[in-house]
Write a protein that binds this ligand. Structure first.
Ligand code: NAD
Length: 695
């Protein structure tokens, strides 16, 4: 049963009971409608209370039903809302906790609302690229005012119920921890006989300068919405609450909702929303897998990654010990961490107390014995298998039984690292991205013998650290960097064929990437990528790599850090200026290669870069390195600046159509370096069958 019906004296209580958030899916709607019917037909019932079981009033519509016939199956949310609003007996929403989306819209159709002061109230539809579609844009502003309503609907952010105390939304607020149902039953007794029944639709919004305000809102929202249409449509829908009669406003809101629900942008956002939740689940690791307790952590290495990883633990309230190779390095690293927190305090993002608490959680040591009792240790030392061996042998000797031993390696074989210890079941990869305290993505690398409880614990820990975790199997570069290698190769070939760095960057940035490959390279450091390439030349002698970047390295053009890389940089500035020197060298390089440079369209640039990601993604999927296409999308959305509005490379390929993608690749295969365009077998098969990656 997804909703319960009970009678308390003269009051019928309908309780949503559809864990985890009492989503208003078809089964719940049917049960609520039946409850309402019963209450209306029972003479002894004088009033109706609607409330939620467990941790929510209702999290809203069941978004899994969107774009499916179930969303419209009767009773639809609209029908249910109509039933509530037309009820001849007073209906009271007893908002016990989270009340969002369709849940809030349903409560707005009730005659009265009583909420717990700490209940989270929101219309978050905009975050999925939608406008609220069940009257929220018309009813909420009538209760909380035009400005507050607009802010809530355009931002989608939750507001604590007590922050809405001065508005007409709640008839009563109950202190946090108090029983809201008991209060609602008392309230029901008081209002049972009152007529006429108050209805939100009968209110009007009094906002004399509303046209000027709405124009101001449109301008602001337009400037901030980027490629997403929903925020501006939210403004238009809210505008209707003051410029149109109620029923016309409802019809207008519905039209906007149906337009948006079909839009590519909303589909991409919903895909990202579900992908993130799915990524934390492993097919062969059940939800009931026992977790290991993580109360303390250790980090080895004080380079680029070590400090940021340690900060992650401290930020999550987990005590962490940082091991360095020398006292000076240790002190410098602790000071660097302190400075980073101080910068956050200056920006108002952290309180001085929180800074003190976090610093108190971070200890430093030079001695492995001081780590022995840690529940988890993350190694972030040089990317050199011999150094990793020394470290893991030491860890094996000192760490308490059951401690998780993690490596932050970007490319080394985790099975080999695990074999340096006598406890391979406790070893896995935790691949953080730089800067580790900022980047959301965490690739959890599963070695052959990694224990299921260790994986489950790592996934739970990632959540605690605020990371988006994706599980990857073992291969060079795991998911993200392995695909990136192909993207960067194509970027290099584009230069040989006729492009300049600024053209490539501009095209892919217009597609929506945060930064193009050459601006990224200048930021990361051309010396860093040089090192990686030298190893690849040896490891993969059969693969053709564009070699021009090595010339920049030879000239000491290391990127932003040296004031020159693919671009020039004015002293003290980070803005990339196209470099005449580099551009001439690129043209000369093509001549040396015997390539006649040609005009290349932005569309071709985007296709070559993105299809290179897709093709390698398909191989990764087929080899089981990634569990599902949506995991690959999450890696690119949360770690590589792939445009959210496109839903990730695999989702984007689905949107284009896999047969079109495969045909595009076949076209590129006729050009230079055609061998890099062998269509991945999985992609070829899905394309031939008319299927998609994310189905
Ligand atoms: P780094 O060169 O900046 O720092 C390495 C640190 O390891 C230094 O502090 C060094 O003193 C310490 N170290 C070396 N040998 C040691 C030993 N025997 N015992 C203890 N400490 C030792 O390197 P980094 O960029 O921080 O990378 C560390 C690891 O993280 C590598 O495996 C790398 O592949 C991985 N990684 C790096 C990035 C990145 O963007 N830099 C991103 C993801 C993963």
């Amino acid at each position: 049963m997804t909703a319960h019906y009970q009678v308390h004296g003269q009051v019928a209580v309908i309780t949503f009971d559809n864990p985890p958030v009492n989503g208003l899916g078809l089964a719940t709607r049917l049960a609520v409608a039946a409850g309402l019917q019963q209450a209306l037909e029972t003479d002894a019932v004088q009033a109706i209370v609607i409330t939620g079981a467990g941790k929510a009033f209702s999290g809203g519509a069941d978004i899994r039903e969107f774009n499916s016939p179930k969303a419209l199956a009767e009773p639809s949310l609209h029908t249910l809302i109509d039933m509530v609003e037309r009820s001849s007996k007073p209906v009271i929403a007893a908002i016990n906790a989270v009340c969002m989306g369709g849940g809030l819209e349903l409560s707005l159709a009730c005659n009265y609302r009583i909420a717990r002061a700490d209940a989270k109230i929101a219309l978050p539809e905009v975050k999925l690229g939608l406008v609220p579609g069940a009257g929220g844009t018309q009813r909420l502003p009538r209760m909380v005012g035009l400005e507050q309503g607009l802010n809530m609907i355009v931002s989608g952010n939750p507001v604590s119920a007590d922050k809405l105390a001065g508005t007409a939304l709640f008839n009563e607020l109950v202190a946090a921890g108090q029983d809201v149902l008991a209060a609602a039953l008392l309230f029901a007794g008081k209002v049972a006989a009152l007529r006429p029944l108050p209805r939100v639709r009968d209110y009007t919004i009094d906002y004399p300068q509303h046209q000027a305000f709405l124009q101001f809102a449109r301008n602001n929202v337009k400037a901030q919405a980027g490629p997403f249409p929903a925020p501006l449509k939210c403004v238009e829908a809210v505008a209707a609450s003051v410029t149109m009669p109620f029923d016309a406003g409802i019809r207008f809101e519905r039209e906007l909702f149906f337009q948006l629900v079909q839009s590519a942008e909303s589909k991409a956002l919903r895909h990202a929303f579900f992908s993130e939740r799915l990524a934390g689940k492993l097919a062969d690791v059940g939800a009931d897998t026992p977790l290991r307790a993580i109360h303390s952590a250790a980090v080895i290495g004080t380079g680029t990654m070590g400090a940021g990883i340690a900060m992650n633990f401290a930020n999550a309230g987990i005590a962490v010990t940082l091991l360095a190779t020398g006292q000076q390095r240790l002190e410098a690293t602790l000071a660097k961490i302190g400075k980073s927190y101080e910068a956050s305090v200056k920006k108002g993002r952290l309180t001085p107390q929180a800074l003190a608490q976090r610093m108190a959680l971070i200890a430093g040591t030079l001695d492995y014995q001081a780590l022995a009792q840690a529940d988890i240790v993350v190694e972030a030392v040089y990317e050199d298998i011999a150094v990793k061996q020394t470290v893991f042998e030491k860890l094996d000797a000192v760490m308490k039984p059951g401690a998780i031993l993690a490596s932050n390696t970007s490319s080394l074989d985790l099975n080999r690292i695990a074999a340096f210890t006598g406890r391979p079941q406790d070893v896995l990869g935790l691949h953080f991205f730089s800067p580790a305290n900022v980047m959301k993505l965490l690739e959890i690398v599963r070695a052959e013998k990694t224990g299921k409880d260790v994986l489950a614990t790592a996934l739970a820990l990632a959540k605690k650290l605020g990371k988006t975790a994706v599980v990857a199997g073992i291969c060079d570069g795991f998911i993200g960097n392995r695909m990136l290698e192909q993207y960067v190769r194509q970027a290099g070939f584009l230069l040989e064929d006729g492009c300049l760095p600024q053209q490539v960057d501009k095209a892919i940035e217009q597609f929506g990437f945060a930064m193009g490959p050459f601006r990224v390279a200048d930021m990361v450091g051309i010396d860093v990528s040089w090192q990686i390439r030298q190893r690849r030349y040896v490891d993969k002698p059969d693969v053709v790599y564009p070699k021009f970047a090595d010339r920049l390295y030879d000239l000491g053009r290391f990127g932003q850090k040296s004031g020159a890389g693919w671009y020039d940089y004015r002293p003290g500035e980070r803005a990339a200026q196209p470099s005449e020197t580099v551009n001439q060298m690129i043209v000369a390089h093509s001549q040396e290669l015997g390539v006649t440079r040609r005009q290349i369209s932005d569309a071709e640039i985007v296709e070559r870069l993105v299809y290179a990601l897709v093709n390698e993604g398909a191989r990764i999927l087929e080899q089981g390195i990634a569990q599902r296409a949506s995991d690959i999308d999450m890696v690119y959305l949360s770690g590589y600046g792939f445009p959210l509005v496109r839903g990730g490379p695999m989702f984007y390929a689905d949107t284009v159509g896999l047969s079109k993608v495969a045909a595009g690749m076949a076209g590129f295969a006729n050009g230079r370096h055609g061998e890099s365009w062998a269509v991945a077998p999985l992609l070829a098969r899905l394309a031939a069958e008319g299927k998609s990656f994310n189905s």
